[in-house]
Design a binder for this molecule. Structure first.
Ligand code: NAP
Length: 248
């Protein structure tokens, strides 16, 4: 499989779900993984498990929507681990409701975490990666950012915005050896999707040609490939990992 030996990876939203899966997979591939979210104690148990099974991980509590906090986290990571080679902007939330009922706060909070959080991350690592003349940035968007979804105007806008952010920064940073790509997961079994009604889950399930719900490992495998040296000629792309749910 693809190797990440001697690489330092920052993975946001690593306390559970897809981010935790990516952190574990990157550590297995040889990277030191800085696990980031707002919950230090939960992150510690993720990092302890990685360190206990022969990998290397540390934790950093940070709200990705806060640019100053994000910049401090990247500065500390470089001071403690020497570099940031890979950034995975995975932290995300939903605040689902129909547009008629959506409050300004529901809108803004989702945009601040899902989209501005990734902007903060890219801004914070760009100088470090430009100096290294190498880097991998992976943004976790969603199939909903490609298709739209009723009840998710805020979330779909944030995820479509992430795709535009990835493409623009891919073009800006390519000459410095930095690639920027997105992964668009479909229906993945995590706490986020556990909150859906049984009927919504059944409807989604019936739309998956490969006949199963995805797992965090399915997304982690795509992230590992995009983070690897072997993916060095791929930038500005969105890889959909959804069991065939959305084919464009
Ligand atoms: N599950 C799916 O089917 C699916 C499909 C498409 C896309 N996605 C995307 O995949 C990503 C991960 O989703 P998931 O299903 O794994 O969700 P999840 O289980 O709810 O986990 C979300 C993660 O984001 C972190 N987080 C939330 N707000 C944060 C903030 N302000 N600062 C730092 N960390 C924050 C959470 O940690 P704390 O609460 O500890 O801060 C948690 O680790 C999200 O971007 C989501 O939109 C998921």
């Amino acid at each position: 499989m693809f190797k990440l030996n001697n690489k330092v990876a920052v993975v946001t939203g690593a306390s559970r779900g897809i981010g935790k899966g990516i952190a574990e997979t990157f550590a297995k591939a040889g990277a030191h993984v800085v696990c980031v979210s707002r919950s230090e104690n939960v992150l510690k148990s993720v990092a302890d498990a990685i360190n206990g099974s022969g990998g290397s991980a540390s934790v950093y509590a940070c709200d990705v929507s806060d640019l100053n906090a994000y910049q401090d986290m990247i500065k500390d990571t470089v001071a403690n681990h020497g570099s940031v080679d890979i950034l995975v902007n995975n932290a995300g939330i939903t605040r689902d409701t129909l547009i008629m009922r959506m409050s300004e706060e529901d809108w803004q909070t989702v945009i601040d975490i899902n989209l501005k959080g990734a902007f903060n991350g890219i801004k914070a690592v760009t100088r470090v990666m430009m100096k290294q003349r190498a880097g991998r940035i992976i943004n976790i968007t969603s199939v909903v950012g490609l298709t739209g979804n009723p009840g998710q105007a805020n979330y779909a806008a944030s995820k479509a915005g992430l795709i535009g952010l990835s493409k623009a920064t891919a073009k800006e940073l390519a000459s410095r050896g930095i690639t920027v790509n997105s992964i668009a997961p479909g229906y993945i079994a995590t706490d986020m999707t556990d909150a859906m009604t049984d009927q919504a889950k059944e409807t989604l399930n019936s739309q998956i040609p490969l006949g199963r719900i995805g797992s965090p490992d399915d997304i982690a495998a795509a992230a590992l490939f995009l983070a690897s040296d072997e993916a060095g000629y791929i930038t500005g792309q969105t890889i959909t990992v959804d069991g065939g749910m959305v084919m464009i």
